[in-house]
Design a binder for this molecule. Structure first.
Ligand code: ACO
Length: 402
């Protein structure tokens, strides 16, 4: 039985909801999600429509400002982002301090947080709307530079400066994959697939990292510090790390002889803790609308690159077998977005520990939009309560008497 007296805090009744499964933390006008129907909308626009017809910068504008941009608004927004892609040279010294074994997510969050030092004006909680828009532009512009530099640092390669003649994804791919002296041709099929992936990851209402961004921002910390905290929250394997787990699972199956049927049976065995990574979703119970879109993009990329990779063959076998297996069909376990995103990243030659960085690149406009909404709504500082279960009052015991 629930002891109401125990649940009562000093200022009224306290509810306990571990993981906040049923607790809304805010009202939001940004993203609508219906897990039963498999619906995801940004600002009222269906994700399918946006992925087909829009591009990542336009979707970013929509999320951040609430409306699709006019031609001139879009031009100004993308021009400003292109203009701010360069970062202060001293940030390279911070990068140089990281050993090459540093996880790129730690490097990324540190470099983003370092922007508080280069733009100390952002520490002022009374920044004007114009100053906030400039911080947002800087974040959108510099994040791909930092992400590519984190990769270069890991590889021990010299960093590439941004190429402002390229679009958002093309510039990122060049900074990632080209040597500084090299001419680099952006492949439109690959660039479009990457752009779609970013759109699909751009927001997903009050998930762990987004809630983190809002709660850090609610203390009036700088937008850069808030986004840096969001990157750290995304880093965990239960959140952004799932796409990495998919590829690790596929590699394990390959190394064990490539028998995907055996692993399908293992996943169905209730005495075996193994689960098919990339299948099932807490919220989407019919299908993950993002997965449907990304599957097509994954097929396009694999076709285009003509890739022959045993790991990707295993992915295809598993997918077909699971979709035709009553265990998975009855439990409504469909491939989720992470199943296919990992496959595309691998096909593009992106190493597994960069997968979550790619997720962060996509999620940035969502974090920014949610931070801005929290601020515009003048939300109070986030401060959950607890139910205390520790000792009752005790007298201090001097050390020699313990
Ligand atoms: N493989 C095998 N069986 C599964 C799987 C799976 N991937 N997922 C769920 N099941 C089974 C469960 O064993 C359970 O079976 P039962 O009813 O016979 O006991 C039933 O399906 C329901 O599963 P729950 O765990 O209750 O579903 P829940 O909604 O709590 O879990 C989750 C969702 C965590 C995503 C789960 O499906 C899972 O672990 N999937 C693999 C990990 C993964 O891909 N995570 C990424 C999610 S997407 C994202 O975070 C961006």
């Amino acid at each position: 039985a629930i002891d109401i007296a125990k649940l009562r805090g000093q200022s009224g009744l306290i509810t306990i909801d571990p993981g906040y499964k049923n607790t809304g933390s805010t009202k939001s006008a940004i993203t609508f999600l219906d897990g039963e129907e498999g619906i995801l909308r940004y600002r009222g626009y269906n994700i399918e429509d946006l992925a087909e017809n829009s591009n990542f910068l336009e979707v970013s504008y929509l999320l951040i400002n609430g409306e699709l941009p006019t031609t001139s608004q879009y031009k100004t927004f993308s021009h400003r982002i292109t203009k701010h892609t360069l970062v202060h040279e001293d940030i390279k010294k911070i990068l140089d301090g990281f050993p090459s074994v540093a996880h790129p997510m730690g490097v990324l969050s540190s470099l983003i947080c370092s922007l508080t030092a280069f733009y100390p004006n952002s520490l002022d909680p009374n920044n004007t709307d114009e100053e906030i828009q400039l911080s947002i532009v800087r974040l959108m512009a510099k994040m791909p530079t930092f992400a590519a530099w984190a990769y270069k640092n890991k590889m021990g390669h010299p960093v590439n400066y941004p190429d402002n003649n390229l679009d958002y994804c093309g510039n990122f791919m060049k900074m990632m994959f080209a040597l500084p002296s090299e001419k680099y041709e952006v492949d439109p099929v690959i660039s479009r697939a990457l752009d779609k992936l970013l759109i699909l990851h751009a927001d997903h209402e009050q998930n762990c990292s987004t809630s983190t961004v809002r709660i850090v921002g609610s203390s009036q910390a700088s937008i850069y510090a808030s986004i840096s905290a969001g990157i750290n929250a995304l880093w965990g394997p239960l959140h952004g790390g799932a796409n990495q787990s998919v590829i690790e699972m596929l590699e394990a199956i390959k190394n064990d002889g490539g028998d995907s049927k055996k692993y399908l049976e293992k996943a169905k065995d209730k005495n075996d803790p193994f689960r098919l990574m990339g299948f099932g979703h807490r919220v989407y119970k019919n299908f993950d609308p993002r997965a449907k879109i990304i599957k097509k993009a994954a097929d396009d990329v694999l076709d285009k690159l003509g890739i022959d990779d045993a790991v990707l063959d295993i992915a295809k076998e598993l997918e077909t077998a699971a979709l035709n297996d009553p265990y998975f069909v009855e439990r409504k376990l469909y491939p989720n977005v992470d199943f296919y995103s990992g496959i595309i990243y691998r096909a593009l030659g992106i190493p597994t520990d960069m997968f979550t960085v790619m997720f962060a690149l996509g999620r940035l406009p969502g974090w920014v939009a949610q931070w801005k909404e929290m601020r515009e709504n003048n939300e109070p500082i986030g401060r959950p309560r607890q139910v205390y279960v520790g000792s009752t009052e005790r007298a201090y015991v001097p050390m020699e008497n313990r």
